[in-house]
Design a protein around this ligand. Structure first.
Ligand SMILES: [Fe+2]
Length: 301
């Protein structure tokens, strides 16, 4: 099973328009490289706008990837709360977040990609996170790590939390007898960095720099222990905008958060074998002029 891992596409109608072209470039590249399943670990949109979800849904459809056996998506903080794009947005952001119905946004996210949640095991008819999806010799476990907005505990709506209830459900999923001999892969938006690693992150925009100081994942240690106790082989995530691989308690973590950064779109190829995985970073240069042309074309439209 060859899996292509992307994250933080940040599709946006008014800004970052080149990302629409970059995602096509990386999808083409991954298909040429024989990827059989496509994983997107959150922040698919930049501002949680319906047209961006629909754009991505239709893009997957055009690539014949809009089915549960071909693609898996999980939710990121920008898919619920969006993010400020102008100085005025920064000032209004707390009020915007206060008025967002968290559960409604999660349900909407699932509804945009309903085909990708078919054939998953999830807690309730209407509660889709966490879920497990069986793909041949692999089981993917998808989490919702997005914490609710709080002016004090989560002022930039970018912190994460995996609470006791979600951990218990994840454990029950991993312990299912039918998954005993499967290679276990966890998908989550937030990273598991040590504090000292965060400052090294190469965040591009001012907002990303602010966010990088408020990207904590509460419940991280307990989650790592849970992964270790239940033979999780690899954790795929994004959130911090860089491409890297690191280990915590012998568990491999892969961050594809910079899939759309700069002029070098990139992604990871994960080759899953019965008891092992191999990971390779795929990074390629695309002519800058190509993206400039695309931006001009999309403004004209
Ligand atoms: Fe994020």
């Amino acid at each position: 099973m060859r899996i292509a891992h992307f994250s933080d596409l940040h599709l946006c109608s008014n800004f970052k328009k080149s990302n629409r072209n970059k995602i096509k470039e990386v999808l083409d590249h991954a298909l040429e490289n024989g990827a059989q399943h496509f994983v997107f670990t959150g922040d698919i949109t930049d501002n949680a706008e319906e047209r961006e979800f629909v754009y991505f849904r239709e893009l997957l459809q055009s690539y014949n990837l809009l089915s549960s056996d071909k693609s898996t998506v999980i939710i990121g903080n920008h898919d619920i709360f969006g993010g400020p794009q102008t100085a005025q947005d920064v000032a209004n952001f707390p009020f915007k977040c206060l008025n967002i119905n968290y559960q409604e946004r999660v349900s909407k996210f699932v509804s945009y990609f309903r085909e990708l949640f078919e054939n998953t095991i999830h807690p309730h008819e209407e509660i889709y996170f966490p879920f497990a999806k069986e793909l041949k010799s692999v089981v993917l476990v998808g989490l919702n790590s997005i914490d609710e907005y709080s002016p004090f505990k989560n002022p930039f709506a970018s912190n994460g939390k995996i609470g006791k209830i979600q951990r218990r459900i994840v454990e029950n999923l991993l312990l299912l007898p039918k998954f005993k001999d499967k290679l276990k892969i966890v998908l989550v938006h937030h990273h598991f960095y040590h504090k000292s690693d965060i400052s090294k992150s190469s965040e591009s925009s001012l907002w990303s720099k602010i966010e990088s100081f408020t990207m904590k994942l509460r419940g991280k240690k307990k989650l790592i222990n849970l992964f270790e106790a239940n033979d999780v082989s690899i954790v795929l995530h994004g959130h911090s905008h860089e491409m890297c691989e690191y280990f915590r308690k012998k568990i491999r973590f892969v961050n594809a958060g910079a899939s759309m950064e700069g002029n070098e779109p990139s992604y990871f190829l994960i080759d899953a074998f019965p008891f092992d995985v191999s990971v390779s970073l795929q990074k390629f240069s695309v002519a800058k002029e190509k993206f400039a042309e695309a931006e001009i074309a999309s403004i004209a439209v």
